[in-house]
Design a protein around this ligand. Structure first.
Ligand SMILES: [Ca+2]
Ligand SMILES: [Ca+2]
Length: 406
């Protein structure tokens, strides 16, 4: 993405972004995460609102209610220049829905209902004006012990599932976008004793979200930015805000859908009236992220997809799509200590570790290829399941398969 052009015309504060949602939104607002990163981007005049619309402990279900949506409408009516609404929603719903030893179908059902509520809120907000864009600012992996009795890995699965389901909803919506923060802290800061900074995948972004699960989906969030099991520190929220800015907002601020038009003016220094300021802000973080994703493609997947047949191993009926039964088959492997070759099963594999490994590895076992299906690998398959199809794309995509083109 080229540098974002920002001409100059107004010097006064310009409210453009409204934060809506739970304690993630509250802490981003109270902690001044946005003023900090907007300032570093040379956009100190852009004002971020949220006084009445960031409420700790609230859920997507809460905000989907007409009476609460009215709070958002009021805030937008009071600040008509706002054209970006950030939603931090769904985390509390998910937290209260998760139970120890919950089945995957039950987690699916819960996450689906939450994604519906997020979608309801987003759709309602876009209806207020054709100039409004909505971004669901997704969660990163929670801290250890986020849900009592539920492993970090399962919590991460649920959070990843929610992100994939919101993505699915928003693909059908105009002006609704997902900012994928899964693994952002692992990527940015590493994980002590396990990963160096920038050594794990950057969370994939629009439009392919490849990979959906950045970082290391087995681990809780990097401890240095975990304020508690659910929240990040102020430093963590600055990293999130910077990511949101790079992912979408810089571009959106410079190119509103309505009103001022292309290259609309922002943050002139006093007395400098002439348009034509340029390249104040570069999409650096975005470019970095892409580079990281590419590195991953080269490193991962290769061995297992070389000479691969067109159908992903999980697609046992060769339909070019992953159906629920095929998905749950891989969930079975995920739940087992490993998988092994078997000649009497439909897919040629069986859960367990006692048997041989003298067959080609399962296509879902690629990151790393170790005869185990881990969470990131499972979430990748869930992504294909939700998107309704995949195609083989050797050398592209994290595993040599890509979401199906329309
Ligand atoms: Ca299939
Ligand atoms: Ca594996």
């Amino acid at each position: 993405m080229a540098g974002v052009m920002l001409a100059c015309a107004v010097a006064s504060a310009e409210p453009r972004i409204l934060l809506v949602g739970d304690s993630w939104a509250r802490r981003m607002f109270d902690g001044g995460a946005y003023p900090a990163v907007l300032d570093e981007a040379g956009l100190g005049c852009v004002e971020v609102l949220g006084d009445d619309t960031v409420i700790g402990g609230t859920t997507a279900a809460y905000w989907a209610d007409a009476a609460r949506l009215a709070l958002v409408y009021d805030a937008l009516a009071a600040a008509p220049a706002v054209d970006i609404v950030q939603l931090n929603l769904g985390g509390n719903d998910l937290r209260s829905a998760l139970r120890p030893s919950m089945s995957l179908p039950a987690i699916f059902a819960a996450a689906n209902a939450i994604a519906d509520d997020v979608d309801t809120v987003a759709a309602a907000i876009t209806q207020t004006s054709p100039g409004i864009r909505v971004a669901w600012c997704g969660y990163d992996y929670p801290g250890a012990g986020a849900v009592s009795g539920v492993s970090a890995e399962l919590v991460n699965l649920a959070v990843g599932l929610l992100a994939s389901l919101v993505l699915e909803r928003f693909a059908e919506r105009e002006r609704c976008f997902v900012i994928n923060n899964l693994g952002l802290m692992h990527y940015t800061l590493g994980y002590p004793g396990v990963h160096e900074p920038e050594s794990v995948p950057f969370p994939g972004g629009y439009p392919d979200y490849d990979p959906l699960t950045g970082g290391d989906p087995q681990l809780p969030v990097t401890p240095s930015v975990a304020a508690d099991a659910i929240h990040l520190t102020a430093e963590g929220y600055v990293i999130v805000a910077r990511h949101c800015l790079n992912a979408f907002y810089l571009d959106w601020l410079a190119h509103p859908l309505e009103g001022e038009g292309e290259g609309a003016a922002l943050c002139a220094s006093e007395g400098e009236g002439a348009p034509g300021g340029e390249g104040i802000v570069e999409g650096e973080g975005v470019l970095e992220g892409e580079g990281a994703a590419e590195g991953l493609i080269e490193g991962g997947g290769e061995g297992s997809t070389e000479g691969a047949i067109a159908y992903q191993s999980a697609d046992t009926n060769g339909s070019g799509a992953i159906e629920i039964g095929e998905l749950l088959r891989v969930v079975q492997f995920y739940n087992a200590p490993g998988l092994q070759c078997a000649d009497d099963t439909e897919d040629g594999y069986a859960p367990g570790t006692g048997g041989g490994h003298d067959c080609p590895p399962h296509d879902s076992d690629y990151r790393p290829q170790d005869w185990r299906i881990d969470l990131g690998e499972l979430l990748r398959l869930i992504q294909f399941y939700r998107l309704g199809g995949y195609t083989a794309c050797p050398g592209e995509g994290e595993d040599g398969y890509c979401p199906a083109a329309e």
